[in-house]
Design a protein. Structure first.
Length: 253
């Protein structure tokens, strides 16, 4: 079973509870009680279908997220699924004995660290680990960032203003300045709003990474490949090399 003390709790608001075979880490300043029903995607989707007619939709890559409301907060539930060659066999099963090193708890912790830095990310509400003998399943609940679109969706319908491309570069640089490595920096994990604000989401497997700037350039290159791939796979995708130059201009300010 998962073992070990949870060292991510560094604030009196952060609580860890064990309910049946689940371990839940949550922010008591954001929700009053970590009910297991909060992590039931079908139940939350059905309860909130009126307010969120598209409550369950495919998000980033293989992730499927459920949008719901609780205690006057709009929240997002993500269940962790495997990718790559093991996806068809293990699906949502992960191996691990350490609670602290589980996927959901690591992402929860990193979100809190980034919030403390003042970085534009969704706030972490709760994370759950469902224990098996040597494996676990995992879920994460975050606050919804409202009135915003993914960069990929925005570019599928219109051009971005030059200032927005620069803002994206500034945003990414702010994360790199704090040594935050986003493991899957792509056009679906960048959110943009009409007022010019930019957010990053989906920090699964991301971490604080020290060292030289080589990994930061590789991180940018990953995003560029994502944009080029979208342009190649989509009939209309408003991305040009001049846009990338604007992004770099913002990054290098």
């Amino acid at each position: 079973m998962l073992a070990g003390r949870v060292k991510v709790v560094t604030d009196s608001r952060y609580k860890v509870v064990t309910i049946k075979n689940s371990i839940v880490l949550y922010d008591a300043g954001l929700i009053s009680e970590p009910l297991l029903s909060l992590f039931d995607g079908e139940q939350q989707g059905a309860k909130n279908a009126g307010e969120y007619p598209n409550h369950s939709r495919t998000g980033i890559g293989r992730a499927k997220v459920v949008y719901f409301s609780l205690e006057n907060r709009n929240l997002v539930l993500k269940h962790y699924y495997r990718g790559g060659l093991l996806a068809s066999v293990l699906k949502d099963t992960y191996f691990g004995l350490s609670i602290e090193n589980s996927r959901a708890f690591r992402e929860w912790k990193l979100l809190k660290i980034m919030k403390g830095f003042g970085l534009p990310v969704p706030d972490a509400v709760a994370a759950r680990i469902v224990k098996k003998t040597l494996t676990y399943h995992a879920d994460l609940i975050t606050e919804e960032i409202e009135n915003i679109n993914t960069l990929s969706d925005s570019l599928s319908t219109d051009n971005l203003e030059p200032s927005m491309w620069k803002n994206i570069g500034v945003c990414i640089k702010s994360f790199h300045n704090h040594d935050i490595y986003h493991a899957d920096l792509n056009a679906r994990n960048i959110l943009v709003r009409n007022d010019g604000s930019v957010y990053l989401i989906d920090f699964d497997n991301s971490y604080v990474r020290k060292g030289t700037g080589a990994w930061k350039m590789a991180n940018l290159a990953r995003l560029r490949r994502s944009l080029i791939k979208f342009k190649g796979n989509t009939g209309e995708f408003n991305f040009e090399e001049s846009d990338w130059e604007l992004l770099l201009e913002g990054y290098l300010v």
